[in-house]
Design a binder for this molecule. Structure first.
Ligand SMILES: [Zn+2]
Length: 121
């Protein structure tokens, strides 16, 4: 008599289709439920419930833990890059393009140039 093989574990990323927030129902959270949160977790940009759900998942999932570590490596490398200033004429070109776009949508194409303000200064 042949031995019956044990059931295979669900594939990585297998999820369930519910509206329950990840980790809120007491069951283990499938990878698919937190996959979209891993980069935000690495960047510390999640809400408290999201962070808690990911943290709980990472306690039992080496694969997602590895993904978070990779995101953190990429973020650390990105922070070592020098900040680049845009070309000096870029702001003027962007403001001109915005002014033209707004003007083209106004009735009669009228726009008082003095109402266009510098957005980031
Ligand atoms: Zn996982």
């Amino acid at each position: 008599m042949a031995a019956i093989p044990p059931p295979e574990p669900p594939p990585h990323g297998a999820g369930r289709a519910t509206n329950t927030p990840p980790g809120q129902d007491g069951r283990a959270t499938p990878c698919a439920d937190v996959a979209h949160l891993l980069s935000g977790y690495a960047a510390n940009e999640l809400s408290d419930p999201e962070r808690t759900a990911v943290k709980r998942h990472l306690c039992s999932c080496r694969q997602c833990e590895g993904e978070v570590a990779e995101y953190r490596e990429v973020l650390a490398l990105a922070h070592t890059l020098p900040a680049l200033a845009p070309p000096p004429a870029a702001e003027t070109r962007i403001l001109r393009a915005l002014t033209d776009a707004v003007r083209s949508r106004l009735p009669g194409g009228s726009l008082d140039e003095t109402t266009v303000e510098r957005p980031l200064s």
